[in-house]
Design a binder for this molecule. Structure first.
Ligand code: SF4
Length: 410
């Protein structure tokens, strides 16, 4: 039996697809090079924007003919949209067999095999749903149990052949933490990926060692707020800096970096590790989102523009030759010209190597959708988007950016 995974969304999903593929290969399935040859098709989905969800519904609809031709086949939706939309997916696309959220990926291989067995034997063809508890109404400990970490052994050589897993075989993502506790008002992630959970450092280092043994020489540690990584055990505390030191000692590992940063919790130990460890890229991706304190408050980001400026000063002075990139949302609810100008000032001040600019769009289920009107006209959003990109072009610098950062971000 063959499977095919189509991946949408961020690096978290790219990694989840790679891990899901490893688990399916481990369970005896083989990757299909063509989607329509597969017996199992999974969509690993994103919920950040409505547009991403609409794309998945359309893509699922287009598989009706494939489904009719292969009645024993399994069509599944995994990832953030599976957690958020759950039963709605079955209602809108009745021939979907499986809906499985990011906190339930450990059950994927068993669920796929059970569905295949039931279909092949002609027994009852039950749909399957495995999602985590609703974060808005459940207790922390119950939530932790329902958002289970999923880090099966990976075979780079085999998953590297799967379409949509674009990472070259010499580079791999390694998740060091799952979930997010920041609750930015515009963001759905804390509700679909659950509470922040850091992986034990021993497990992370063992995974890096295994990947390096398979020929990987570049590792990116990933997490929603990667510098919040903290693991406490038996009176010992491990933070991101400790992981960088330990991973840097692994023979054969040539390059190490980490994404995505949050503007709070960049401690001196982390700056020192980035400065002193030759394998670590002298680069930080730390989204500022806005340069206006009032917008940052509405976004529920827990820092001011002045604090963000101080952070960039600290990084540039602690790490000669370092570079920074950022994300910005323009046209956030109620954003005035003056508030947008404050963002322009921040971009000019911070000399980012690059800025990724997005127009605000409403996401149902988030606080900003509940509390604020999406009242900045589309034309104004577009204008501010283009204007900020122009400012970035002239204010940004690659002075001091190391060659590896250039390779990575160009
Ligand atoms: S830090 Fe904010 S934007 Fe990033 S994942 Fe968490 S809630 Fe979303």
């Amino acid at each position: 039996m063959q499977f095919y995974i189509e991946t949408l969304g961020c690096q978290m999903n790219v990694l989840d697809s790679e891990l899901a593929a490893s688990a399916l290969i481990g369970s005896g399935l083989t990757p299909a090079s063509d989607k329509f040859d597969a017996d199992v098709i999974l969509f690993n989905t994103c919920s950040i924007r409505r547009h991403a969800e609409d794309k998945v519904f359309s893509a699922l609809g287009r598989l009706k003919t494939w489904k009719d031709k292969k009645p024993y086949s399994v069509l599944g939706v995994i990832g953030c949209m599976a957690q958020k939309e759950q039963k709605n997916i079955f209602q809108r696309v009745p021939f979907v067999d499986l809906v499985l959220g990011p906190g339930s990926l450990d059950t994927l291989a068993a669920a796929v095999h059970q569905l295949l067995d039931e279909k092949v034997s002609g027994s009852r063809q039950a749909k399957k749903i495995a999602v985590s508890l609703d974060r808005k109404v459940n207790r922390h400990n119950d939530l932790i149990e329902s958002y289970r970490l999923f880090n099966p052994e990976r075979t780079v050589k085999e998953t590297g052949t799967i379409k949509d897993i674009k990472a070259p075989k010499h580079a791999s993502l390694v998740r060091i933490m799952f979930g997010c506790n920041q609750f930015c008002s515009y963001c759905i992630v804390p509700y679909v990926r659950g509470p922040e959970q850091s992986r034990p450092p021993g497990e992370i280092i063992a995974e890096v060692q295994s990947l390096v043994r398979q020929g990987v020489s570049k590792i990116t540690f990933i997490g929603q707020t990667v510098n919040s990584y903290i693991y406490q055990d038996g009176g010992k505390t491990a933070k991101l800096a400790d992981l960088l030191y330990e991973a840097s000692n692994i023979a054969g590992l040539e390059q190490l970096d980490f994404v995505t940063g949050y503007p709070k919790g960049v401690d001196d130990a982390l700056l020192q590790a980035v400065r002193d460890l030759p394998a670590v890229l002298k680069h930080f991706h730390i989204p500022a989102q806005s340069g206006s304190d009032s917008v940052l408050r509405r976004m529920n980001r827990h820092y001011t523009a002045a604090e963000y400026r101080e952070l960039t000063d600290r990084i540039y002075s602690a790490i000669p030759g370092s570079s920074l990139t950022s994300d910005f949302i323009v046209g956030f609810c109620g954003e005035t010209d003056a508030e947008f100008e404050a963002t322009v000032d921040l971009v000019k001040y911070c000399r980012f190597r690059n800025s990724f600019v997005f127009k605000y769009s409403v996401r149902e289920g988030t606080k900003s959708a509940e509390l604020y009107a999406d009242d900045v006209p589309e034309t104004v959003k577009k204008y501010r988007n283009n204007w900020l990109l122009e400012v970035q072009k002239t204010a940004g610098t690659d002075d001091g950016a190391c060659q590896s950062c250039r390779n990575r971000y160009n």
